[in-house]
Ligand binder design. Structure first.
Ligand SMILES: Cc1ncc(COP(=O)(O)O)c(C=O)c1O
Length: 367
């Protein structure tokens, strides 16, 4: 049988994931046969998960965040839990909505998201049986506060703000969204799945220290350079994790908060290894490099006559016509489109200036 090979990254401009850091790859391999879903059996990986959560807490302004999945009323010797390493941003977002629903306890719950929010919130609404209220964004693709305020009511369980949106890399006005949410008695969740490892090096107000945010998604397997699967969910208060915990009669620990049961320790170990290697100087260097490259690409495209959205975080969106887009894909470029059909380039750590230069050369050739 022929041995299958993964894609190379040299033409990947569409992904929000990237090549893992070498230390992350190594840690993933060593911890492949571990299961943080059963912390009494796999104690070493459970300890690493506690470190991952505490490190993520530091990055997101929640210094006091620590270990995983125990209940306040049935504590173990493990440190206090304010989050865990999820399978990705989707699980983290679903769980944040689930926790808000179960803490708020209203008869007819709804969830308010800007239209820039990731489709994982559609899944959350669907599986949790909650009404999804999607509200328009402003002209620059950020949550429109008036529209959010108009959509919120006394049955709203959570208002979502995006810090690094999937299509345009925009950051919503998080402090204002948190105020709207709390005025209505709802929780505020920030989705920084992609942006969370970039935003610490910007002036944006996005995290637990900047605003009374209740929960936050930040994914090591995106800009954190961990291997897949490694997402992150954090809560300001222990009660967030408590709301998710179910009893686990046949395990030696009393409860489990994750949505998945058995789960890979590879992602957890690799997240710790990547953060140990890169926080903060390595991540800062990468943010600055990606920011420079994205702005350079935007200028190059504008000089060729394309309409290019302003760059906020390193995503470049341009109005490349459909036939050219298809021909670029035929030449092997992995590029993607926004919902409205604009070409989108995500400048991740594997994306180099040489790659983008080769992309522009092909674009010039095809025009
Ligand atoms: C802002 C945002 N949130 C959530 C997700 C979902 O993450 P995952 O694909 O890891 O489940 C993504 C994926 O790109 C994203 O960009």
């Amino acid at each position: 049988m022929q041995r299958a090979a993964p894609q190379e990254f040299d033409r990947v401009l569409s992904s929000m994931c990237t090549e893992p850091h070498p230390a992350a790859r190594d840690a993933a391999e060593r911890f492949l046969a571990t299961n943080p879903g059963d912390p009494a059996t796999y104690a070493e990986i459970a300890e690493l998960e506690a470190r991952a959560v505490s490190e993520l807490g530091r990055i997101t302004g929640l210094d006091e965040a620590t270990a995983t999945g125990v209940r306040a009323d049935r504590p173990t010797e493990a440190a206090a839990p304010y989050g865990y390493v999820t399978s990705g941003g989707t699980e983290a977002n679903i769980q944040a909505v689930r926790a808000a629903r179960d803490r708020r306890r209203v008869a007819d719950p709804n969830l308010v998201v800007p239209e820039s929010a990731h489709f994982s919130f559609n899944k959350a609404a669907d599986v949790l049986g909650i009404e999804l209220r999607t509200v328009p964004t402003d002209d620059d693709h950020r949550a429109d506060l008036d529209a959010v305020a108009a959509a919120v009511d006394d049955q709203t369980v959570v208002v979502v703000g995006v810090a690094g949106s999937t299509e345009y890399g925009r950051v919503d006005p998080i402090p204002e969204l948190a105020a709207v949410a709390h005025d209505a008695g709802a929780y505020c969740h920030v989705d920084a799945a992609w942006g969370g490892f970039l935003l610490p090096f910007t002036d944006h107000a996005w995290n637990f220290a900047h605003a009374p945010v209740d929960s936050l998604t930040i994914d090591p397997h995106k800009c954190g350079r961990a291997v897949i699967p490694a997402g992150g969910l954090l809560f300001r208060e222990r009660a967030g994790m408590n709301a998710l915990a179910v009893d686990t009669p046949y395990l030696e620990t009393p409860s489990q908060a994750s949505l998945t049961g058995t789960r890979s320790g590879a992602g957890v170990a690799s997240a710790v290894a990547a953060m140990d290697a890169l926080w903060p100087a390595g991540y800062r260097r990468e943010y600055e490099r990606a920011d420079r490259l994205a702005r350079w690409l935007a200028t190059e495209l504008r000089e060729r006559g394309y309409d290019v959205a302003d760059v906020e975080l390193p995503i470049v969106v341009a109005d490349v016509d459909a036939p050219t887009f298809e021909r670029l894909r035929d030449r092997g470029w992995r590029i993607s489109r926004t919902g409205s059909g604009l070409a989108r380039v995500v400048v991740m750590p594997h994306v180099t200036r040489e790659m983008l230069q080769a992309f522009l050369t092909d674009l010039d050739d095809l025009r």
